[in-house]
Design a protein around this ligand. Structure first.
Ligand code: GLN
Length: 314
């Protein structure tokens, strides 16, 4: 298959947007974080940024939404930069096959979470980022890093979403206390969760998110600023984790249907990476049973089909 030209790409994403319009609102908006339940389920945004920085947008691609667990890929990148491979002593790299907020494996596995993309794993990564910092400093470091990745100083944490999750985060508190009892967490649970809730509450548009993920498509380089974010080997490994763990117990299905590394969030966003080609962000708030954007994965499936982008062959 020949590579899609910029004109093709724009037409492809506009087509996908138009085709899916009658289905906008499908799935169920997350309501266990009350603030997320206020989001209009009819929203749909799609952004594709190619390695040369060309940006293609469709629908609500400029409207910020709550990135939620997509932040787990970004904070993992930050923690890998600080600790290197030593982070893997504290969190595993295997798909969990269970829900994002599941507690069952933790007892069997002595408080070491399966991977950094389920809640327990991201809470451990967040704990690592707190070393030597106050919670406020750790949040500021994450925000600075995400702004640097997207080359966009306007990115903010939605404080109302962070407070809303703080007020209702019993499940995450249970996970964190349980891990604290094993010594997996080194900082007070409320400090760790404070930082975790804030990075989950980052508000970004599809355009900003696709830009922030571009280094993963570009062998760790930062095409927008010319610098380097991570080594090529590390970018490949983060992509491998996104492919195997980025959609929780829906990861196999996402790999089968889309064939690209992806990280989802309960805000309805998905960041997907076409290595060597593009970074893609989609947003549709309605979720499927695994807590992944229902229409978002359909949109990515169609995009992958029409561009021929896949990590499994061309
Ligand atoms: N902040 C959410 C939580 O901890 C993130 C979950 C998600 O996006 N899957 O429950």
């Amino acid at each position: 298959m020949r590579d899609a030209t910029p004109t093709d790409l724009q037409a492809i994403i506009e087509d996908i947007h138009a085709e899916l319009a009658p289905r906008f609102g499908e799935g169920k908006v997350a309501d266990y974080i009350p603030q997320l339940a206020h989001v209009d389920p009819q929203r749909f945004g799609l952004a594709v940024v190619t390695l040369d920085g060309q940006t293609h947008l469709a629908g609500d691609a400029e409207m910020p939404f709550s990135i939620q667990s997509i932040s787990k890929a970004l904070v993992l990148t930050l923690a890998l930069g600080r600790y290197g491979e030593a982070i893997w002593k504290r969190v595993g790299r295997e798909p969990s096959g269970s829900a994002f907020n599941s507690i069952v494996q933790l007892e069997h596995e002595h408080g070491i979470p399966r991977n950094p993309f389920i809640n327990a794993g991201a809470i451990v990564v967040t704990d690592a980022l707190l070393a030597g910092h106050t919670p406020r400093e750790a949040i500021a470091e994450v925000v600075r890093f995400v702004r640097f990745l997207a080359d966009d100083e306007d990115i903010l944490v939605d404080k109302a979403v962070a407070r809303s999750e703080e007020a209702t985060g019993d499940r995450n508190r249970a996970l964190a206390h349980f891990m604290h009892s094993f010594g997996t967490l080194r900082h007070p649970v409320e400090h760790v969760l404070g930082v975790y809730f804030h990075h989950c509450a980052l508000a970004m548009s599809c355009r900003q998110l696709a830009r922030a993920g571009l280094f993963l498509a570009a062998n760790g380089r930062h095409p927008l600023t010319g610098g380097s974010v991570v080594s090529a080997a590390r970018a490949r490994r983060i992509n491998a984790l996104m492919l195997t763990c980025g959609h929780y117990d829906g990861s196999g299905d996402f790999a089968y249907r889309v064939g690209l590394p992806g990280k989802s969030g309960v805000g309805g966003g998905i960041l997907a990476i076409a290595p060597g080609r593009a970074s893609i962000a989609v947003w549709s708030p309605g979720l499927n049973a695994n807590g992944n954007s229902a229409l978002g994965s359909v949109a990515l499936e169609r995009l992958a089909q029409r561009t021929g982008w896949s990590v499994f062959g061309s």
